[in-house]
Design a protein around this ligand. Structure first.
Ligand code: BG6
Ligand code: MG
Length: 224
């Protein structure tokens, strides 16, 4: 494992780390799932957190026992329906939706010359960063639509490190989802899981809230 002092860049998941938009994704998928007669549950919600659009739909259909009932074109329509619901919610997004502690953390990172990039699984990430007024901090966003494999594969975090010209071991990745933490670990980036430590137990470092994200807290929590 790298030393804290070797870290030069921080790779940020968006939904659930920078902003609270995960609940909007979740609500939109719930509407689609229930329209198909599939019961929503906390387990299903956790299983799709951080997965891309089609992977999320497939997971929902699998849990509902309907995976083989739709053609690819019909699945596209269902994914479009979810995205239309999500877009309505996104239109109201503004800087008040930035999660607690994030502004201070970003300012601290910038002041200390760390590189920063967004590595979200969401094709809506550029729009969200604009709505949140965070373009100065995040001029760089990985284009998820160009990658072959999504989280939990390491591609998005490897691409993020490459885009800020750092080696994976010079970076920290922060995510709130199990598949996100798996993706960070597979990329050999130091992982910070934000959320329930029992759920995110594979992370190198756990914080229960984005409020805890400071350089000093990370340094203190660094695995020995
Ligand atoms: C991730 C969310 O950030 O983006 C997932 O955690 C979502 O829930 C995924 O499915 C894809 O988002 P979008 O906006 O491309 O449908
Ligand atoms: Mg997330």
């Amino acid at each position: 494992m790298s030393e804290f002092n070797n870290i030069k860049g921080v790779l940020f998941d968006l939904n659930g780390i920078v902003t609270d938009s995960w609940r909007y994704h979740s609500q939109s998928w719930r509407e689609v799932a229930e329209s198909l007669g599939i019961t929503w549950s906390a387990e299903l919600e956790e299983a799709i957190k951080g997965r891309d659009r089609i992977d999320s739909l497939n997971e929902i259909l699998k849990v509902g026992g309907q995976l083989n009932q739709f053609s690819d074109a019909e699945k596209e329509q269902l994914a479009d329906k979810k995205n239309a619901i999500y877009q309505n919610m996104l239109d109201k997004m503004n800087p008040d939706d930035i999660l607690p502690g994030i502004h201070n953390f970003l300012a601290e990172l910038k002041q200390n010359h760390y590189q920063m990039i967004i590595d979200s699984a969401s094709a809506n990430a550029p729009k969200e960063i604009k709505k949140l007024d965070l373009e100065d901090y995040f001029p760089l966003i990985v284009d998820i639509t160009k990658l072959k494999h999504n989280k939990p594969a390491p591609d998005v975090f490897l691409k993020a490190a490459e885009m800020i010209h750092l080696k994976p071991e010079e970076c920290i990745g922060i995510d709130d989802g199990v598949v996100g933490v798996e993706s960070i670990n597979a990329a050999h980036v130091v992982s910070i899981g934000v959320g329930d430590p029992k759920v995110l137990h594979e992370a190198d470092i756990n914080f229960t809230s984005t409020k805890k994200l400071t350089l000093e807290n990370i340094r203190q929590a660094w695995p020995k």
